[in-house]
Ligand binder design. Structure first.
Ligand SMILES: Nc1ncnc2c1ncn2[C@@H]1O[C@H](COP(=O)(O)OP(=O)(O)O)[C@@H](O)[C@H]1O
Ligand SMILES: [Mg+2]
Length: 315
């Protein structure tokens, strides 16, 4: 097995009275797009700050490219690129001037610097706009320049902190294309987001975070299996009280892998929703219930998050 790009072990970060990161362990293999998913305040940015050596961990350590963030921060800095959640660009300078400025901080100069700036602007599809000032750009364009700036020095490992918040669909697509492209060129990516559809689409491996802890991790397939292999059925029934005890009868049906009730709502996971629907309806009717709403869906990360935490991922 090739050496891991990240091996985080029991990372803890206390800030003031808050434990922002509360014993987080995970590893990322080379070439992965690793999704770090969680609601606002989960501890995603704090984790990125520790991995990129901007913040010291209260306890625990992480190896990045084999180097300890605690003991060898300069080595870690050499191999990483960070695209921060807050856009870090000079509004009155042009796109090109901003990139040249960033490139110099990475000790790039001369034709090497010019070449890299052009390459990155082409990659994010903003080469034509190189001489426009940042303040004239849309939010999505600024995010793309921000991304280009983080990749100028060709990092082996790129950390992206919510790179698509508040942007237009076209810029989002360009950012996704860019991420796939650099992954194909050998860069490992940590992708942080609170948008589960993005993580479903982009990421090979996923860790779901809530309140400083990783509450589930694995491939998308592994994670969705936690909701049952097949589909989910969600039913709302009336009159009030009629559903009491129905979940037990439903959970004994063939193919059903789980049934849960919250007042008048039933949540059923099944190997096959198609086969399960008819017998469920029969039980519901026999119980004197009428169906007021019915939803069938495939498992997804949003549903998994609700299942694990009892709350919605979106704010
Ligand atoms: N500098 C800080 N001072 C006080 N609290 C902070 C600071 N940075 C982060 N926190 C707190 O730590 C928790 C995790 O924050 P953060 O890592 O930014 O979450 P996320 O990026 O997932 O939204 C939150 O409760 C946040 O309020
Ligand atoms: Mg954040």
């Amino acid at each position: 097995m090739s050496e891991q790009i990240v091996k985080a072990e029991h990372l803890v970060k206390r800030i003031g009275g808050i434990t922002a990161v509360d014993g987080v362990s995970f590893s990322i293999e080379p070439g992965q797009i690793f999704g770090y998913l969680g609601p606002n305040g989960a501890g995603k940015t704090t984790t990125i700050s520790i991995l990129s050596t901007y913040l010291p961990a209260t306890s625990g350590d992480a190896l990045v490219g084999g180097f300890s963030v605690r003991r060898e921060p300069l080595k870690v800095k050499e191999i990483i690129g960070v695209v921060p959640q807050e856009i870090a660009l000079y509004p009155t300078l042009t796109a090109m001037q901003n990139l040249r400025f960033c490139g110099k901080m990475y000790n790039l100069q001369g034709s090497m610097l010019d070449g890299r700036c052009r390459e990155m602007l082409e990659l994010v599809k903003l080469w034509e706009r190189r001489d426009s000032r940042i303040e004239e750009f849309s939010g999505g364009m600024k995010r793309r320049i921000n991304l280009a700036a983080g990749m100028l020095h060709r990092p082996r490992f790129l950390l992206l902190d919510e790179p698509t918040v508040g942007i237009d669909p076209q810029s989002r697509e360009r950012i996704f294309d860019t991420i796939f492209k650099i992954r194909d060129d050998g860069t490992t990516v940590l992708y942080t987001s609170h948008y589960m559809e993005e993580v479903e689409l982009l990421c090979d491996h996923i860790a779901i975070m809530d309140r400083g802890k990783i509450i589930a991790a694995g491939t998308l397939k592994d994670l969705l299996k936690m909701l049952g292999e097949g589909g989910m059925i969600e039913l709302e029934v009336s009159p009030p009280g009629c559903a009491s005890g129905l979940e037990e009868a439903i959970s004994r049906l063939e193919d059903v892998t789980g049934a849960r009730r919250e007042e008048n709502r039933l949540f059923i996971s099944s190997v096959s929703s198609a086969r399960t629907l008819a017998p469920v309806m029969k039980l519901v009717e026999a119980g004197g219930c009428e169906v007021s709403s019915l939803e069938l869906y495939s498992p997804n990360l949003e549903k998994l998050f609700i299942h694990l935490t009892g709350k919605e991922l979106r704010e």
